[in-house]
Unconditional design. Structure first.
Lengths: 272, 441, 307
C-alpha cells in the first residue's frame, strides 16, 4: 500500500505536466498547418503541413524592427544594471556604513513597487525628461535593479575575503578591486542575473505599451499583441501560433539548449 | 575663345554640382507621413491596407507614407491620443466614425476645410460626394472633420437551408421583431447544438448593434446634436433590451454570455447558428469562407427600420505641420477616390462612402455578381448616425456592461437601463457642467 | 568584527587606516547610480502620485486640493468591482500556483531524466511573455472551435464560453496566470527542498513519521525562507500582471475581469482621468505594501524554524 501511495504523486505530476504542455503542443502543431482548416484545434491532424504561416506572420508584422528594439532595450538595461548592481552590491556586502540596513530595506522596496505599478507618475517623469516615446524611456526605470543588488550582495558576501585583502595590500583602489578581482569571481552570479534580467525585460508588456507610441519603436511583446489581434480578425489561428513562436521562440530555444544554466539562474537569484 | 574665363569655369564648377545636389536633395526628401489604421472586422485587412499604401507611394514619389496597424477602433483611438499628447501625432488616422466628435470637443483634430478650399472646392460640395447619411458623424459644428473611408451597416446573415428545414421560407427573412423571434425559436435545435441567432457582444460591437435595436424600436438612443445627453432610461431602449432578454434567456435561441466575432462567424460557418447579425464589413470574409449557401437581409424593425452607420473616417490629428497636412490630404484624396474606395469595398464588404464609386464599371460588375453587397447599400435609406458623445467609450460601456449582464441573466431590462443611465450621467457630468448647465450668473 | 578596508589606498592614505572613520563617501559613490534611478522611478513617483491624488479637477484649469478624487474613487462601482475581482484573483492565483508548485517540486525533486523532462514542461511558460500566453489561450478558450471546447465536445460536453460568461471569465484569466507562474515558483521550491538536510528527513522517518507528518514538521518549516520570498513575489504578480486582461477581455464581460492595475490603465489611457488614476494607484500600492508585510510576518512567525 505504501508503494502505491508513493506512486500516486509522481503519476499525478506526470499527468499534470503533460497538461501544462498542451498550449505549446498546440502552438507547434497549428503553426505548421497552413490555411484555415476546420479542425485547427486538433493536436493530431493529418496534414498538410508547411511553413506558410511563418512566412505570413513575418510579413504581416514588423518582426525585424521589433527584434532590434527588444535586443537594444534588453541589452541596454542589462549593461547598466550590471554596473549599478555590482557597485551597490559591493557596498552592501563589504562596507559597513551607518544606516546600511535602512538603505538596503529602501532598495528592497523596488522589488514590490515595480515600474508598471507606478505607471501614472513614471509616464509624467518620462514626459518631463523628454523621454516619452523613446527606447531609453523604456529602459530607464530599470537601470537600478534591487534584484540585482540583492543578488550581487549575496554573491560578494559568499566570496572569501582573501582575494580582496591581497589586492588591497597591492594598492588597488575600490574600482580596480571590483573590476579585476571580484567580478571575475562573481561570474556565476552575474550570469544568473543576466538571464533573469533579459527574460524579464524581453517579456515585459504594459510599461513599453504605455511608454512608446511610435510603431517603429515597439518591442516584440507590444508588436505581437497588435499582430495577433489582426490575425485573429482573419481567424488565421495558424498564423497567430506562428507569430507567437517568433516572439517566444528565441528564449524558448535558448532555454532548451542551456536548461541547467537557466534553471539554476532563477533558483540562484531568488534564494538566500 | 575667351568664352570660358577662369571665373566662369570656377563658378560653373561650383554651381553645377550645387544645383545637382539641390535637385538630389529635393528628390531625396519625400515627406514622411504615417497613417494609423484599425482593423475592426474580420478579414486580412491589415495586409491589404499596407498594399494600398505601397501603391500610393509608388504613384506619389514625393510622399513616403507608412501604414501602421493599430488594433481595434478603441486601440487606435488610444494610440492616436497618446501620440498627440506626446507631441508626435500621426499625419492621418483612420478613426472610428463616432470618435470624431470627441476629438473635436477635446481640440485634438484639425478641420479639412482649409485644405478643401485650397483645392478649389467648398466643404459642401466636397461632402456632397458622399452618401448623406454619413454627414452627421463627419461634419461637426459645420466643419468637415472626418472624411468617410469605409462604412457599414449591420446585416442579418442567414442560412437558407436551415430555414427550409425549419419550415420557413428562405426568400422571406423576418422583417420585424415578431417574425424574428418566431424564426429564431423555430430554428433553434438544442439537441443539434444549433442556435437560432447569434451576434457579437464584445465591447464596441455590442454598443453598435444595441443602438441599432433601440433605434429600430423608435428611439433616439442619444442626443444626435449634443454630446452630453443619452436616452438610456427610455421605453425604446428598454424594449430593445427586452428583445435581447427574450432571445437569450426566455427562448434560449441565442447563446448566453458574450460571444466575440470569431465565435459568431465560426458558428455560422459550421451551421451551428441559423442567423447572425454582423457588419457588412465582414461580407467578403464570409463570402470567402462560408462553404454553405447564405443570404443577407435588412435588420428587422419594430417601430421603424433603422440601420446604424459604422465604419471609419480619416481625420487630421492636431499638431502636424502644413507640409505633413498637405501630404496627408493627398493620401486622403487618393484613398477616397472612386477607384480605390471601390476596390476597398469589394475587398472587405464595407460599402464605398463615395457615391461615384458605384458608377465605375468594375463596381457595376461586382454588384451584379454579388447581390448581397447591395443590401447594405439599400439599407442606407434607413441609416441613423452612430453613437457619439463626450467620453464616448466610457459612456458606451456604461450600456454595454448592462447588456452583457442581461446576456447572463444577471439583471432585467428595467434595472439595466436605469443603471446604465445613472453611470452615463455621472460620466457626462463634467461636460454638461461646462455646457448645458454652465453657471449663468 | 568585519575588516575595515581603506578605499582610497593611495600610498599616502594607506597609512591612515582607521576603524572609526564613517564609510559614507565610498559607499555613497558606489550606491549613487542605483540611488539616482531608484529615486527617479520608485521613490519620487510614490511621492508624486500621493501628491497628485489630492489634486482635484477634471478639466484643465480647475485646480484644487482635496479628497475629491478619493470620494469619486470609492463611489465608482468600477473601482469596487476591480478591487473585489483583484482580491479573488489574488487568492485564486497565489494559492493554487503555490500549491501546484510545491506538489510538482515534491514529486519531481529527484534528478532523473524523466523528472527533468517534466520539470522542463512545467517551467517553459515562464519564458514566454504573458501576451503570448494570452494569444495562445485566446484560441484554446474559443467557444466551440477552440481546443478546450473541441475536445470537450468529443467527450459529449456542451459548448462553454470561457471568456464570455461573466461567471467564468475571471476563472479563465486565473487559469492562464496559474499556468504561467507555477513553473517559476516550482524552481524556488526545488531549491528550498534541496536545502532541507537529508538527516532531518531520515530522522523523522526513523521516528515512524508518515509522509504527511514528515512534510508538516520537517520539510515545511525549512521552506519558511522560500515561502517568505515567493509569497511577496506572488502578491506583486497578482497586482501587476494584467497583460492578458488588456488583450483578451478588456476588463469585461460586464467588468468582471477588471483588476486594479487595469482600472488604473483605463483611467490613464482611456479616460485621461489623472486624479482617479493617481488615487487608485495610491490605494493599490498601500494594499500591496501592507499585504506583503503582513504575509512576511505571518510566515516568519509560523514557519521559520518551528520547533
Amino acid at each position: 500500500m505504501r508503494a502505491e501511495g508513493r506512486l500516486l504523486l509522481p503519476l499525478l505530476a506526470s499527468a499534470a505536466a503533460l497538461l501544462w504542455a498542451v498550449p505549446f503542443a498546440w502552438m507547434a502543431v497549428a503553426s505548421l498547418r497552413p490555411g484555415v482548416p476546420a479542425d485547427i484545434a486538433s493536436l493530431t491532424p493529418a496534414g498538410p503541413f508547411g511553413f506558410d504561416n511563418f512566412a505570413e506572420a513575418w510579413k504581416s508584422g514588423s518582426f525585424p524592427v521589433w527584434y532590434l528594439n527588444t535586443l537594444f532595450v534588453c541589452g541596454g538595461i542589462l549593461a547598466v544594471q550590471l554596473v549599478s548592481a555590482t557597485m551597490a552590491g559591493y557596498a552592501f556586502a563589504r562596507i559597513a556604513f551607518p544606516g546600511r540596513d535602512f538603505v538596503f530595506a529602501a532598495f528592497l522596496l523596488q522589488l514590490l513597487l515595480i515600474p508598471p505599478l507606478l505607471i501614472v507618475p513614471n509616464l509624467a517623469t518620462l514626459a518631463s525628461l523628454h523621454l516619452y516615446d523613446t527606447l531609453f524611456g523604456i529602459m530607464m526605470p530599470y537601470f537600478a535593479s534591487a534584484f540585482g543588488v540583492f543578488l550581487m550582495r549575496q554573491t560578494f558576501k559568499s566570496l572569501p575575503r582573501d582575494y580582496e585583502e591581497a589586492a588591497m595590500l597591492d594598492g588597488a583602489g575600490v574600482g580596480a578591486l571590483i573590476r579585476h578581482v571580484l567580478v571575475p569571481l562573481a561570474r556565476p552570479g552575474l550570469v544568473a542575473f543576466a538571464i533573469v534580467s533579459v527574460t524579464a525585460h524581453w517579456n515585459e508588456f504594459l510599461w513599453p505599451l504605455m511608454a512608446v507610441s511610435s510603431p517603429d519603436r515597439q518591442v516584440l511583446t507590444v508588436g505581437m499583441a497588435s499582430f495577433a489581434s489582426g490575425a485573429e480578425a482573419g481567424s488565421a489561428w495558424g498564423v497567430v501560433a506562428a507569430g507567437t513562436f517568433l516572439v517566444a521562440g528565441p528564449l524558448l530555444v535558448l532555454f532548451l539548449v542551456f536548461q541547467r544554466r537557466f534553471v539554476s539562474s532563477f533558483v540562484f537569484s531568488g534564494f538566500k | 575663345m575667351t568664352g570660358i574665363t577662369r571665373r566662369t569655369a570656377l563658378t560653373g564648377a561650383i554651381a553645377i554640382p550645387a544645383a545637382a545636389a539641390m535637385t538630389r536633395a529635393a528628390k531625396a526628401a519625400p515627406t514622411a507621413i504615417e497613417l494609423f489604421f484599425p482593423v475592426p472586422v474580420q478579414g486580412m485587412l491589415a495586409n491589404k491596407m499596407k498594399e494600398l499604401v505601397d501603391r500610393f507611394n509608388k504613384e506619389h514619389p514625393a510622399i513616403a507614407a507608412t501604414a501602421v496597424y493599430t488594433g481595434t477602433y478603441d486601440d487606435t483611438n488610444l494610440k492616436t491620443r497618446a501620440a498627440i499628447k506626446a507631441g508626435r501625432p500621426p499625419a492621418l488616422t483612420l478613426m472610428s466614425a463616432n470618435f470624431v466628435r470627441e476629438y473635436v470637443i477635446n481640440g485634438d483634430a484639425d478641420p479639412f476645410d482649409p485644405l478643401i478650399e485650397k483645392g478649389g472646392s467648398t466643404p459642401a460640395a466636397f461632402m456632397a460626394q458622399f452618401w448623406p447619411a454619413l454627414a452627421p458623424n463627419a461634419v461637426i459644428g459645420g466643419r468637415v472633420y472626418g472624411v468617410p473611408f469605409q462604412n457599414s451597416t449591420p446585416l442579418l446573415y442567414y442560412n437558407p437551408a436551415l430555414f427550409k428545414e425549419a419550415g420557413l421560407d428562405p426568400e422571406r427573412p423576418p422583417v420585424d421583431w415578431q417574425a424574428w423571434i418566431s424564426a429564431a425559436k423555430a430554428l433553434t435545435k438544442p439537441g443539434a447544438g444549433r442556435w437560432g441567432v447569434i451576434w457579437p457582444n464584445t465591447y464596441d460591437y455590442c454598443g453598435w448593434i444595441t443602438s441599432g435595436l433601440v433605434m429600430s424600436n423608435g428611439g433616439q438612443y442619444f442626443n444626435h446634436d449634443y454630446g452630453g445627453e443619452v436616452f438610456y432610461d427610455a421605453p425604446s431602449t428598454q424594449g430593445a433590451l427586452a428583445l435581447v432578454d427574450t432571445l437569450v434567456n426566455r427562448l434560449k435561441a441565442m447563446p448566453p454570455g458574450v460571444s466575440d466575432a470569431n465565435t459568431c462567424t465560426g458558428a455560422l460557418f459550421a451551421g451551428k447558428a441559423a442567423m447572425m447579425v454582423l457588419s457588412t464589413g465582414s461580407l467578403s470574409f464570409i463570402r470567402k469562407n462560408m462553404k454553405l449557401p447564405y443570404k443577407v437581409a435588412f435588420m428587422p424593425k419594430n417601430v421603424r427600420n433603422a440601420a446604424p452607420i459604422g465604419g471609419g473616417s480619416l481625420i487630421l490629428p492636431k499638431g502636424n505641420t502644413p507640409a505633413r497636412q498637405a501630404a496627408a490630404w493627398t493620401l486622403v484624396n487618393w484613398l477616397t477616390s472612386p477607384e480605390i474606395a471601390g476596390e476597398w469595398s469589394r475587398f472587405t464588404g464595407y460599402f464605398a462612402p463615395r457615391k461615384a464609386a458605384y458608377d465605375l464599371p468594375a463596381m457595376k460588375t461586382y454588384m451584379a455578381q454579388n447581390p448581397d453587397a447591395k443590401v447594405a447599400l439599400d439599407q442606407l435609406e434607413y441609416a441613423v448616425p452612430w453613437f457619439d458623445t463626450y467620453n464616448t467609450i466610457a459612456v458606451r460601456k456604461a450600456m454595454e456592461d448592462q447588456v452583457q449582464a442581461i446576456l447572463s441573466a444577471k439583471t432585467t431590462p428595467k434595472e439595466a437601463v436605469a443603471a446604465a443611465q445613472k453611470a452615463a450621467d455621472a460620466l457626462l457630468r463634467p461636460y454638461v457642467e461646462k455646457t448645458a448647465l454652465r453657471p449663468l450668473a | 568584527m568585519s575588516t575595515f578596508v581603506e578605499p582610497y589606498a593611495a600610498p599616502v592614505a594607506r597609512a591612515a587606516l582607521s576603524r572609526r572613520r564613517p564609510r559614507f563617501l565610498p559607499a555613497a559613490v558606489l550606491l549613487l547610480p542605483s540611488l539616482v534611478f531608484l529615486a527617479a522611478f520608485t521613490y519620487w513617483p510614490v511621492a508624486r502620485v500621493v501628491a497628485q491624488s489630492f489634486v482635484v479637477g477634471r478639466f484643465a484649469g480647475d485646480r484644487g486640493l482635496g479628497l475629491g478624487n478619493y470620494r469619486r474613487l470609492f463611489a465608482d462601482p468600477h473601482f469596487a468591482e476591480a478591487a473585489w475581482n483583484n482580491a479573488a484573483y489574488a487568492a485564486g492565483t497565489i494559492l493554487p500556483s503555490l500549491l501546484f508548485a510545491l506538489l510538482f517540486a515534491l514529486a519531481l525533486r529527484e534528478s532523473t531524466r524523466f523528472n527533468a523532462l517534466l520539470r522542463t514542461l512545467v517551467v517553459m511558460p515562464l519564458l514566454i511573455p504573458l501576451v503570448a500566453a494570452a494569444a495562445l489561450f485566446s484560441f484554446l478558450l474559443l467557444p466551440g472551435e477552440g481546443l478546450v471546447d473541441f475536445y470537450l465536445g468529443k467527450l459529449g460536453g456542451p459548448m462553454i464560453n470561457w471568456l464570455g460568461d461573466p461567471d467564468l471569465a475571471l476563472g479563465s484569466i486565473i487559469a492562464i496566470t496559474v499556468w504561467k507562474n507555477t513553473g517559476y515558483y516550482m524552481l524556488f521550491f526545488l531549491a528550498g527542498l534541496a536545502a532541507v538536510p537529508q538527516e532531518l528527513l531520515d530522522a523523522a522517518r526513523i521516528d515512524g513519521a508518515g509522509a504527511w507528518r514528515r512534510f508538516r514538521h520537517a520539510t515545511l518549516p525549512m521552506l519558511g525562507p522560500t515561502l517568505g520570498f515567493v509569497v511577496p513575489i506572488a502578491l506583486v504578480n497578482a497586482l501587476t500582471q494584467v497583460d492578458h486582461v488588456i488583450t483578451m477581455t478588456q476588463g469585461g464581460p460586464s467588468d468582471r475581469t477588471n483588476l486594479l492595475l487595469y482600472y488604473i490603465y483605463q483611467q490613464t489611457a482611456q479616460n485621461y482621468d489623472a486624479g482617479l488614476a493617481s488615487a487608485a494607484t495610491v490605494i493599490s500600492v498601500a494594499a500591496l505594501l501592507s499585504l506583503s508585510v503582513l504575509s512576511f510576518r505571518l510566515i516568519e512567525r509560523r514557519l521559520y524554524y518551528e520547533s
